[in-house]
Each structure stands twice: as C-alpha cells, then as structure tokens.
Design a protein around this ligand. Structure first.
Ligand code: WTA
Length: 657
C-alpha cells in the first residue's frame, strides 16, 4: 500500500536507523519486567491480566476476567468492586506509607508544596465532602478546567471517590471549546481558578469559564481556586474553593463501585468537527495504568522520584500523573509552569533539586531542549535519572540520541511509548531491562497487548512491510465508548476491519526486518502539533466561521520543533478578497482560530488562494496542499477536477512572497 501521509521528512531518516542499545546489565538484573512476562501473557492472556489486577485492592473479587460477548463493548473484571481513589490514596496510608511524599509540587514562581499520602488522603476527603455538599454523586459529571495545581489532582480523585465522572478540559482551550465540552457531558459543577502562571505572568482563566457558562444550562456551581489573586468577576453560581473545601471534614468513607463504573470522560479530536468524549471505566483502566507504569518505567516506589511533564488536561496527565503513579504509591514531581520559566534550565534544576529518577516527556519538548543547547542541561547534576520516556508522536533518531546522551548520561534506557487517549494506557513500548532499544521505534506490544500492522484487507504485512496499525485483541484500559454516541464509537474505531474485529488506531506503521514496529504518523485528517491532537476539520470550521473567509483547507506540515505545524489555505469572500493577505487580516484570522479553539490550534501560516484543489467528488486533496506547505514539488494531480488549480496556487504564492 502507499505510504500513509503523516509527517514525512523525519520519517525518511527514521527508517534508515539501525543502531540498538542493549539494557545495562545492572539495570536488567533488578528490573521489574522480565522477558518471561511475554511468554506468560502469550500462554494465558486473561490469567496474566488477572495477576496484574491482583496488585489493586478489590472490595469484591471479579468472577470473570473479560466479557467480550457484546464486542466492541468490553467488560473487564466482571463482578469486581473497588474504589479507584482508595487504591490511589488511602491504601498506601493503610499500608503504613502515609509519610511518603506523594507529590512534590513545584509552582512556576518558585513556591513549592510537599504532599504526603496522609495529607493527600485528607485533601481528597475534604474535596469529596465539598463536592457532595454541592450535590455531586455517583454518575454525575464534573468539568475540571485547571492548570497544574494540586487541586486538579484532589478534584479528579474526589470525583473518583464519589463515583462521579470528571471531564478535564485543558487550560489552553478557549471558552468556546470549554462550553462545547461542558454541554456534551452536561456537567453539574465546573472547577477552575482565578488565573494561571505562564512564562512568569499571571494569565486570567476564570474569565473563560464566565463566558462559557453563559450557555451551559447543566452547570449549578463554579468552584474557584485562588492561585494568582487576579481580579475576577463574581457570578451567582461561583464559590471560592477555600470557602467550600477547607472547612470540610478530612474524613470521608469511600463507596465501592463496579469494575465497569465510569471513571472519566476525556475529549479528543477526531476526523470530524466535534470532539469525541472518550469514556473510561474503573477496574480495567486502573489495572493497566498501574501495570504499565510499574513495568515501563521500572518504578521502585520506595526509592524513585518520578516526573511526567504532561499537562493534566491530556490523557498522559490522567494515566501517568494521577492514576498509574498514585496507584503504585510513587513519589512524583508535578510542575506548574513552562520549561523556560524563569530560565531554560528549569527542568534540569528541578531534576537536580528532587533527585528525579524517571522522567517522561514528549519529542517536541526534547527538540526544544536541543534548540536551546546541550550546555544548559550540562550545568546540572542529572546523574539520578535512570529511565527516560517519550510519548505523543514518533521520536526522530537525532532527538532520541540527544536525549540519551545529554539527559540520560549515555546510559539510561529510553522507552518510546505508543498509545492514545482511546487506549487509556501504554500499548507498545520497549521494557527497560529487557528490550535492546532502537532510536525511533516503539518496538513491541507490551506483554498482554496484541498489535499488528496490516494492509487494507486486514492481512498482517509481515517483517519489512508497511500499513495500518491495529489492535487485534481487547485490552483492560480500552475506551468503553464515546460519551452519548455508541454508533460513532463503532464507526470510528471498529468499522474498518469489522469482520476481523480489529480496533483501527488511525496510525500508519511499519515493521522492520526484526518485526519491530515503527510508527509513521496519522493516516486520517488528524494533525499532531507538539503532541496535541487537532483535527483539520476543526480548524477549517473555525476559519470559515470568520466573516471574511469563504472556504478553508488545513494541513499539518512537518515542523522541525513541533512535529507538525498547522498551515491553512483560505479563499476570502468577494469584498474581503481585494485587500486580502494583509498581515493584519491574517493576524485577525489566526486570533479568531485561537478564540474558537485555543492558542494550540493557531495556524503557523495562512496562505490566501483563489481556488482549492478538489477531486471530481468535491473532496479537498490535502496531499497536494501539504506538498505546497512543505515546499515540495507538487505530486500527482490527475484526480483533480481541474488540474490547473495547483499551478494557480503555486503562482499566486510566488507572486505574494
Ligand atoms: C501519536 C497520547 C508515535 C499517534 C498518549 C497516536 C505516537 C496519537 C506515540 C495519540 C509514539 C502517541 N510514537 N506516535 N510513541 N505516542 N503517538 O490521544 O499518532 O493525545 O494515535 O494520546 O499520538 O494521541 P493522544
């Protein structure tokens, strides 16, 4: 089959990479994961997962590991009962580890807070009592629109404790995006703060909520954490966190819930305009979150200091800041701010300060560090680091090697972890201490997970072949649906290989000659900008909602730092077209997209064109636009309704540049 059209340039060199790095012998000798785990899981998958589930505290044990009779709706650990928050917090106190630090919280301005498991238990209990006093109970939805504050973790765990579903909305999303998510989930309460510190400045946050909740009939209360002491407008539904939460009792008895009780909704971009509310449930999700965190990062809870730099608004923050690490009783760093505040060595200063041993970040961040220069990390003592993780997009071999040499002291194993919001937890990754790693490849499915690269008919392409990534067997942390839309769930993930029952991930991939998997980027209309999923249609609809725009087409063009950058081609409306393309007009369009979706969706570049390349059936040929955006010679135009369009676009652009 043809090469999937993901980010292309990095991939060419990615596929010629052949170095391997065997695990250091000492590391292998004491690693949590062993190569026998692959055999055990292959021989008895369900038995293997049952063993992993035994690491949690169940109030009632399950009767059946997996019920797949109503596929693609899975039930894991059927009949089992547990409380997810009890597992992440109270259990460690009951086990005598109440004094262990759960969270080393580091504020951007330099303030910090140390939260032990005993204190976490008190904070989560207070928050749960507060939410209950506001009428939140099992099955209700709570929207959380907070930056990286301890209260974000307390809120998520308080929801889990009460059996309410949280829907965390990334603080970088606009009020419009927030409103759409609140309404889709019909959230009863919104938790936010006055403002957030970003790059040394306090930026208002609550104002976005004020705007959003003007059109959200379900919202009864807005709970506001005071962080920056920014002036805020005060509305009838608003309540200060310190007034409502602090006076509460720090005792709360968790109720137990069914293994399949819903835990959270997290919205992610799909190929169509409206974001999908990915639904995750309790027992299976927590089992795989804890299992992967323990084995992929080789976590030793007594001695490790773990740090995942993701934002809590993304799935990585859910699974690898909140649920996995806390279920395993980890001590972890949570950092509020940006990597260059107040200086470009901030991450390394934090690693040195807390003696961080396990560090998990995204390729885009690594490439940014590369740009800032190796002399910056060299000023700090990073010798505590023993495992480095990567997630969010394919990591190019140069970045991988730079990461290993300059951050990992030339020896820390790198785990390149492939997974998705939908998979809930890591699926494909090396195991440190077991796998000889290869720069640029996520390599093999974890024990208990099954993945394949197949052609359009679902046939495994075999070593050396390329095609589409599928997950051919159900897994415990798999999404249980799209909130309120079972049909869309089936259509999006299960219809492409319906006869085979495969989950279609939307990623292109290939095997090398050893059978290791290399991810090649999305094959659908989803862009990956700095590891954030943004759909081309979402940005297109934002653009055409501006009065000057008649039509828009958006592509993700490869970008040396962010993986992909958003490039938009717009046709302006008649009267706007004359004075078109002026800097001010283009800036207004960029700002408009930012207002509609959020700053992360701002196009890197907007090109004004007279026509867009379309097939006879009217489908925009993004492949050709990507050629233009990436300054390549334009590819095959034979399926265009009017093949002169590309000449026109190229000429027009030459003229304007
Ligand atoms: C991409 C993030 C290559 C992929 C956890 C996937 C990756 C999408 C990797 C999911 C990786 C994530 N190598 N590509 N290690 N990790 N991706 O839902 O395209 O925000 O489908 O979940 O990111 O993004 P999401």
């Amino acid at each position: 089959m043809s090469q999937p059209d993901g980010p292309s340039k990095t991939l060419d060199n990615l596929l010629t990479e052949s170095r391997t790095f065997p695990p250091p012998a000492e590391f292998a000798a004491s690693a949590n994961a062993t190569s026998e785990m692959y055999d055990r899981a292959a021989a008895d998958r369900e038995g293997f997962w049952a063993d992993q589930a035994e690491h949690l505290h169940w109030d009632t044990k399950w009767e059946q590991v997996l019920d797949w009779s109503d596929a693609p709706f899975a039930k894991w650990f059927v009949g089992g009962k547990l409380n997810v928050a009890y597992n992440c917090v109270d259990r460690h106190v009951d086990d005598g580890n109440g004094d262990r630090v759960a969270i080393h919280w580091e504020g951007e301005p330099g303030d910090s807070r140390e939260i032990t498991y005993a204190e976490l238990q008190r904070e989560v209990s207070r928050t749960a009592n507060a939410l209950a006093s506001l009428g939140v109970g099992a099955g209700d939805r709570v929207a959380i629109y907070l930056p990286m504050l301890p209260e974000a973790v307390f809120s998520m765990l308080a929801c889990a404790r009460l059996g309410a579903l949280h829907s965390v909305v990334f603080g970088g999303f606009s009020s419009e995006a927030l409103r759409a998510r609140i309404n889709d989930a019909e959230a009863k309460v919104v938790i936010t703060c006055d403002g957030q510190y970003r790059r040394g400045k306090a930026a208002p946050l609550k104002a976005n909520v004020d705007e959003a909740v003007q059109h959200t009939p379900s919202v009864e209360h807005v709970l506001v954490v005071k962080r920056t002491a920014t002036d805020v407008q005060w509305n009838e539904r608003d309540k200060w966190w310190h007034d409502v939460v602090e006076p509460q009792s720090d005792q709360h008895t968790p109720e137990v819930f069914d293994s399949e009780h819903p835990l959270f909704i997290l919205y992610t971009s799909g190929t169509t305009g409206s974001p999908k509310g990915i639904l995750h449930t309790s027992g299976g999700y927590l089992t795989q979150a804890a299992y992967t965190h323990r084995n992929v990062f080789d976590l030793k809870p007594e001695s490790d200091v773990y740090w995942c730099t993701a934002d809590i608004g993304w799935v990585t923050g859910h699974t690898y800041i909140v649920y996995g690490p806390l279920a395993n009783g980890s001590s972890q760093v949570i950092y509020e701010g940006t990597p260059n505040s107040p200086h470009e060595g901030r991450h390394w200063e934090i690693v040195q300060k807390y003696g961080v041993t396990l560090y998990y970040t995204a390729p885009t961040t690594i490439r940014t560090f590369m740009k800032w220069g190796a002399e910056i990390p060299a000023k700090y003592d990073l010798s505590s680091l023993r495992v480095l993780g990567s997630v969010g997009e394919p990591i190019n071999p140069e970045a991988w090697i730079w990461y290993r040499d300059n951050i990992g002291g030339g020896k820390a194993p790198i785990v390149d972890t492939w997974w998705q919001t939908e998979t809930g937890a890591i699926m494909i990754s090396p195991l440190p201490g077991v796998t000889a790693t290869k720069p640029g490849s996520a390599q093999v499915a974890l024990p208990g997970i099954s993945a394949k690269v197949v052609d359009e008919t679902g046939e495994d392409v075999g070593p050396g072949g390329g095609g589409l990534l599928v997950l051919d067997k159900p897994w415990p942390a798999m999404l249980r649906g799209i909130w309120g839309d079972d049909q869309r769930f089936k259509d999006t993930y299960w219809s492409k290989f319906a006869d085979l029952g495969y989950y279609f991930a939307g990623d292109g991939a290939k095997y090398d000659e050893d059978g290791d998997v290399w991810l090649l980027g999305r094959v659908d209309d989803v862009m990956n900008v700095s590891g954030h999923r943004i759909s081309t249609t979402e940005v297109e609809s934002a653009l055409v909602s501006h009065p000057t725009v008649a039509e828009a087409a958006v592509v993700g063009a490869s970008d040396p730092t962010t993986g992909q950058g958003i490039v938009a081609f717009v046709i302006l409306r008649g009267n706007a077209a004359d004075g078109s393309g002026g800097e001010a007009a283009l800036k207004a369009l960029r700002d408009h997209v930012s207002h509609e979706i959020g700053p992360i969706a701002k196009p890197r570049q907007i090109m004004v064109v007279q026509e867009l390349p379309k097939t006879r059936s009217g489908k925009i040929m993004r492949r050709l636009l990507r050629d233009v955006a990436e300054n390549r010679e334009v590819g095959d135009v034979s399926t265009l309704a009017d093949s002169s369009v590309m000449d026109l676009i190229s000429k027009g652009l030459n003229k304007s540049s």
